[in-house]
Every structure is written in C-alpha cells, then in structure tokens.
Design a protein around this ligand. Structure first.
Ligand SMILES: Nc1ncnc2c1ncn2[C@@H]1O[C@H](COP(=O)(O)OP(=O)(O)OP(=O)(O)O)[C@@H](O)[C@H]1O
Ligand SMILES: O=P(O)(O)OC[C@H]1O[C@](O)(CO)[C@@H](O)[C@@H]1O
Length: 353
C-alpha cells in the first residue's frame, strides 16, 4: 500500500540493535508466523542501551521503528524516541503492546492476554478433574502475572471451577478466622474438592518471610519471584497433616510457560492485525511516539508518556473483582488486614500522645 521495499527484523530484543544481524522480513517470511507460538525474532531481558540503539538506527538509515513488547519494552521505546528527538532525526517510533500479563495501562488489553486466559482453562480443567476424582482433592494452578493478576482473574471468571483466586493486588493470610485454611476446610466439607488459582506474584511477602528469599532481579530489573504455587501447596499439605481431622490429596500444576508458548488464538490474531495495521498507518501519516491500541473498543494512538506513567493492575474495588468474589464466594481477606492496620494506627497514636 505504501510501496515499502525493505523491512528489517531486529533479533533478540533491544540487544539485537547492536549485537546481531538483522532478519529481512517479507510477506513470504512472515506468512505463517501467526500459527506458531513464540517469536521468529527472539527476545531478551535487559540490554537496553539507548545511545547504541539510536546509533544503530542512524547507521542503518532506518526511518520507522516498530517496537513490540510489554510495559518495560514501551519504556525503552520512549527512551529511544527522546534520544531521536535530541539528535533531530526524522525517525518514527511506534509501540505495539504485546504481553500476556495485560499490565500496559490505558489500552483495553494487550495482544496475547486473551490467548493466555483461554489456554489457562486447560490447566484449570485438569486441576478440577484431578481434584474431583479423589476425596478432599485440592488442585492448585499457578498462572503468570508478576504484578498484575489479570490472567488469574479472567481465567477464574471464565472457568467457574475455581474456588479461590489469589492475585498480587490483594493480600491474603493463611491462619485464623477469615483466613485461607478456614475457607479451604469449609469448601472441602461442602464440596469434597477445591481448585485454587494463584498468580505468580501473589503473596510474595508471605513466601519471602518463610523462605528468607533474597531480593534478586532479572536483567530487565524485574523482581525475581519465589514459586508461590509450590509454597502454598506445601502450606496446605502441612496444615491438613497437622490438623489430622481431614486428609487432603493435593496436585500442583504449573502451566505458565506452556501457556506463554502457544500460538495466539483467533481473537488475538484479529487484534494483532488491527494493532499492526494501525501502527503502520499512524507512522505513515506522520505520527511518532505512540503506542497503538484499543481504548474502550476504539482504535487509538496513545502517546508514550501516557503508556509509561503507570502499570495496569487489577483494581480490587472495581466491579470485575467484585464479580469474581461473588462467583467464587472466597473471603476478601481485607477485613482482618484493615483491623490489623487500624490497631497499629491506634497503637501509634497512643504512643505519640
Ligand atoms: N525503564 C526502562 N528503560 C529502558 N529500557 C527498559 C526499561 N524497562 C525495561 N526496559 C527494557 O525493555 C526490555 C523488555 O523489558 P522487560 O523484560 O521488563 O519485559 P516487558 O516488555 O515488560 O514484557 P514482559 O514482562 O511481558 O515479558 C528489556 O530489554 C529491558 O531492558
Ligand atoms: O522467566 P522469564 O522468561 O523471564 O519470564 C517470566 C515472566 O514473563 C512474563 O510472563 C511476561 O512475559 C511474566 O508474567 C513472568 O514473570
């Protein structure tokens, strides 16, 4: 449509700008890629060196850069835009929101999220089948979501087989009235089985407390998480073993990388077409420094500064989380926390008098 003769793919993420050869992209080479999982270009964590990246853009005579990835990637794209501006180059920089975590703000959803929710159903279903097959069966499924629990929340809502969904945005506790163990005992007495879905970033403060974790980061600066799925499974087993009145059989399923690796589903394929085409139309129309996305169902160009100023997380006072709570009937875990906070505040106030 625009008569473009040359499209280069940069391999291996930001590092690829200055460490790898480029991959020529033609209609023929990309013809089937939507049917495969993963990425033909490859990806990486860390390695963003703005100066070297813009040097490479300049040296290669690139005039439009399309950057595909999550919230970290979009932050990196903004830095590239700023450096391009400083150098006065005529190069358009465009972001395409792709991450299963759905943690990019402003837009309705990121490419990949829908697929992840759909694929998670298979793991939840397996956990349910296993739990239902034995007396007091418990299925635990861990899903991705470092800081945002969208996959866990939507997968739970879609499945209806989940009894308890735990996400990073809402704290929980195990012991005592209103706690997880009390709820699990009740649910097992009522139904004879239960399924727990836990996002990888949930309850990290509890895990850290109990296994003295070190505060490590990956190359991109993201916090490295402890396996909360294993942790909660062990805690459940220990609790019911100690309590002796009810023996449980627990199966833990970690489908996280299997979910991330599947080809995108039909709805994500359509969304991707929309994102890609709009991104190109925007750059060709002369815009730069924007991420392409749907906002309230309408195609929009969102300036990088709006995309990078926050992270999309589940708002637990919003209706979607309320819908989840009423669908699972799980405890909100908020009452005890607010009582503890209130008591601490009272203690502090009396100390300050
Ligand atoms: N603030 C930032 N400035 C510059 N580059 C960044 C920044 N944050 C992240 N990046 C770079 O963006 C790339 C991807 O970041 P990250 O590993 O956090 O993944 P992401 O894009 O958030 O996607 P996901 O977490 O969904 O896999 C990395 O190369 C990282 O160095
Ligand atoms: O182990 P890796 O490849 O760094 O990826 C794990 C992270 O990637 C994400 O899926 C985003 O792609 C996060 O939810 C998860 O924490």
């Amino acid at each position: 449509m625009y008569g473009v003769k040359k499209v280069l793919g940069i391999s291996g993420g930001y590092k690829g700008f200055y460490a790898h050869n480029t991959i020529p992209l033609t209609p023929k080479t990309v013809n089937d890629i939507h049917k495969r999982g993963g990425t033909i270009l490859g990806s990486s964590r860390g390695g963003h060196d703005t100066i070297k990246i813009v040097d490479s853009i300049q040296d290669r005579g690139i005039n439009q850069v399309y950057i595909i990835g999550g919230d970290g990637t979009q932050r990196g794209a903004y830095k590239i835009l700023e450096e391009i501006g400083k150098r006065g180059l005529k190069v358009a920089v465009v972001g395409i929101p792709k991450t299963i975590d759905n943690d990019i703000p402003v837009i309705d959803k990121s490419f990949g999220f829908d697929t992840a929710v759909e694929e998670a159903q298979r793991a939840i279903n397996a956990a349910h089948v296993e739990a239902e097959s034995v007396e007091n069966g418990v299925g635990v499924v861990k899903l991705m979501g470092r800081y945002s629990g969208f996959i866990a929340m939507y997968a739970t809502l879609a499945s209806r087989d989940v009894d308890l969904c735990l996400i990073p945005e809402t704290p929980f506790y195990l012991e005592g009235p209103g706690g997880l163990f009390e709820f699990a005992e009740r649910r097992l007495k009522e139904n004879g089985h239960m399924v727990i879905v836990i996002a990888e970033g949930a309850g990290q403060e509890l895990v850290t407390e109990s296994i003295q974790a070190m505060h490590k980061q990956d190359a991109s600066g993201n916090k490295l998480l402890q396996d909360v799925g294993l942790w909660i499974s062990q805690k459940m087993k220990d609790h019911f073993a100690k309590q002796k009145t009810m023996g449980i059989t627990l199966k833990y399923i970690d489908p996280t990388y299997m979910i991330r690796a599947v080809p995108s589903n039909a709805s994500d394929n359509v969304y991707c077409t929309l994102l890609g085409q709009s991104a190109v139309h925007g750059a060709m129309a002369g815009y730069t420094g924007f991420t392409s996305g749907l906002v309230h169902g309408r195609q929009a160009y969102i300036p990088f500064n709006r995309i990078t100023e926050g992270q999309n997380t589940v708002v637990i006072t919003d209706r979607m989380w309320a819908r989840l709570l009423s669908s699972t009937n799980q405890p909100s875990f908020l009452i005890a926390k607010s009582v503890v906070e209130e008591n601490m505040k009272e203690e502090e106030d009396s100390f300050n008098l």
